[in-house]
Design a protein around this ligand. Structure first.
Ligand SMILES: [Zn+2]
Ligand SMILES: [Zn+2]
Length: 271
């Protein structure tokens, strides 16, 4: 099963409102993710036809839309400002930054840029993911689902990124993976780890106040995947919005990171 879900901004905004009212979720983190996605939607409005984020004009627009939104929320933009300087001065560095971040969304291939800018590789990769995700969303939807060739197991069929969330769907418990970049969803057997495709068991971490959410972590590659069991929500009519699920699950992300695991993808998609 392959799905290219369509963005419903009103549903995402309503979901963020509901999330902000939940005491166990840090309000500042909710507002941060909301600021990021609102800036990503500004990119959709400016570039309704698929554009290449490696082009200077489109990338500059995405970075400045993000900067504007962060400034309006009173946030620091030091990392962003440094990256904007690199974009202006060095086209090769710009392309290398975006390509390396697509290959490893946790920044494993960004050591030299990290040293040059004196900023954490992980943050640089996350920023690249945020500015490229709206373009990935549009590009993925420029073809019919059926037109995509067979994908590498564990990777998005439409854009090749790793999943940022898993959904266990009713009634039979099939696992749908949600791309962390373009937002496409595809089915994959529950046993295999999408990160390393090992079939070794994944360990599940649960929290008492989130009974239908767990983080599955892999002892082989140390990847972690937030997993939402929708079978417990059958009565609910609300649409499933992976961005909101990941935002709500931040405390679980932090717990598994303390144990040495890291999310397969930080989740940068626009829905
Ligand atoms: Zn994708
Ligand atoms: Zn693994």
């Amino acid at each position: 099963m392959r799905i290219l879900p369509t963005l419903d901004r009103a549903a995402v905004r309503t979901g963020f409102d509901a999330l902000a009212a939940r005491p166990e979720v840090a309000a500042d983190h909710v507002q941060f993710r909301r600021d990021l996605v609102e800036s990503q939607w500004a990119v959709l409005d400016r570039y309704p036809d698929p554009a290449d984020p490696r082009d200077e004009a489109s990338l500059r627009f995405a970075l400045s839309a993000l900067r504007e939104r962060l400034v309006s929320s009173g946030r620091k933009t030091r990392l962003l400002d440094r990256v904007i300087t690199v974009v202006a001065d060095d086209p090769a560095a710009r392309v290398a930054w975006l390509n390396a971040s697509l290959e490893d969304p946790n920044g494993g291939r960004l050591a030299s840029l990290s040293a040059r800018l004196d900023e954490p590789a992980e943050a640089l990769a996350f920023l690249a993911g945020i500015v490229t995700a709206p373009f990935a969303y549009l590009r993925a939807r420029s073809r019919d689902v059926a037109a995509y060739p067979e994908a590498v197991a564990g990777r998005c069929f439409a854009c090749g990124a790793l999943p940022g969330l898993a959904l266990i769907t009713p009634p039979d418990g099939k696992r749908l993976l949600c791309c962390g970049s373009c937002g496409a969803r595809w089915e994959q057997p529950r046993l295999a780890c999408p990160g390393c495709r090992s079939s070794g068991a994944m360990t599940a971490l649960r929290m008492p106040d989130m009974p239908d959410v767990r983080v599955e972590s892999c002892d082989t590659c140390l990847g972690a995947l937030t997993t939402v069991d929708l079978r417990a929500r059958e009565s609910s009519e609300a649409p499933v919005l992976p961005l909101l699920e990941r935002t709500a699950a931040l405390p679980m992300d932090l717990l598994v990171e303390e144990d040495g695991f890291r999310p397969l993808h930080p989740y940068c998609a626009i829905l």
